[in-house]
Write a protein of this length. Structure first.
Length: 346
């Protein structure tokens, strides 16, 4: 959701209206689950995906009509060969999709997406609620954001009784009836933050790949000529400490934090690993050969670290795909981080 919010803000600040498609319900062999979102511009360019293939093609076509008319809609799609809502697919799934007109002239839309971006970066869970009225046509805006403290950010006016019910939506089923609305709600929050210790070639390539799959990225290196916004334009934060130990005194590493150690040498790797194992980070990975890894482990075991500590470390880091170049290594590490994230969600 972070990429969706960032792209929406950029378009709205540039004066570009767009359509937003959000899957409300899905069943069977649909490619994406409820809550998946995609933005469609007037020039047919898209940000995000609702699954690709024939379903996405049909949604894009409807989105162009929404952009032309300014009227939002809910469409039903059957991923089957025949039927009233069939779209010629063979998956056998079903999806209901909200396709909204997001008007760049409305300052409320920009406010909404800025709050959505903050929520997507936060480790505290917020909720997106899509309110579909019983009567047609739909209003231009149908979604609001419910923050952890109950604050509702909405580009549309809400009746007080509806707003009060929405504040407890996290305790309800995914689809509920509230007044004259059917309400669908989806959790939104951080997809995890990766702290990359080392701003060399591997760190640079890894930061880009992780950005594309919605991880937050924090670059940490004591060399400002490497750790800077020119080399890392997509990073959420860049830290240039006096030493690589310094951030462990100021940064709180939680269960949604991943520490990736790709520094410029085994001495620095060991320094960071020693401190990383004292944190609550959900993932710790270190680049390097098995020989380097075993040498570092022997040093640490001799200094009082336990085998249980060592077992927490993913090293050699990444999925074994025979990676050699920095680009391949980045893909390998990202794949492992994606798997760890998915396992936690399950």
């Amino acid at each position: 959701m972070k990429m969706i919010a960032q792209a929406a803000i950029q378009m709205l600040e540039s004066g570009l209206s767009f359509a937003q498609a959000t899957i409300l319900t899905s069943s069977g062999s649909t490619p994406r689950n409820a809550g998946a979102s995609m933005l469609v511009r007037a020039d047919k360019a898209i940000v995000g995906t609702v699954g690709g293939g024939v379903l996405e093609a049909h949604i894009q076509k409807t989105a162009q009509k929404v952009l032309e008319t300014g009227i939002s809609t809910v469409e039903e799609y059957l991923l089957e060969q025949s039927g009233a809502a069939a779209i010629g697919a063979i998956c056998g799934g079903h999806a209901e999709v909200l396709i909204e007109y997001i008007d760049a002239k409305s300052t409320h839309n920009l406010t909404y997406f800025k709050h959505l971006l903050d929520a997507a970066r936060s480790e505290k869970q917020s909720y997106i609620a899509a309110l579909i009225p019983d009567s047609q046509p739909l209003p231009a805006n149908n979604q609001c954001l419910i923050l952890p403290d109950g604050t509702i950010i909405s580009p549309m006016p809400l009746e007080p009784d509806i707003a009060a019910r929405l504040q407890t939506i996290q305790d309800e089923d995914d689809e509920v009836k509230i007044g004259h609305y059917t309400v669908y709600h989806f959790p939104v929050g951080s997809d995890g933050t990766v702290y990359i210790f080392g701003a060399g070639h591997c760190g640079e390539k890894l930061a880009h790949v992780l950005h594309t799959v919605s991880f937050g990225t924090v670059i940490i290196d004591d060399r400002i000529e490497f750790a800077n916004s020119v080399r890392f334009p997509e990073a959420d934060e860049i830290i240039v400490p006096q030493s690589l130990e310094e951030p462990f005194g100021t940064v709180e590493f939680g269960a949604d934090s991943s520490i990736v150690i790709v520094t410029r040498g085994h001495v620095h790797d060991e320094i960071v690993l020693r401190r990383a194992l004292k944190t609550n980070a959900g993932y710790i990975g270190m680049i390097g050969s098995r020989k380097k890894r075993e040498t570092i482990y022997q040093h640490m075991l001799a200094d009082g670290y336990t085998q249980a500590d060592i077992s927490k470390v993913h090293s050699p880091i990444g999925i074994a795909i025979g990676a050699e170049s920095p680009e391949e290594i980045a893909i390998s590490i990202a794949a492992e981080l994606i798997k760890v994230r998915a396992d936690k969600k399950r």
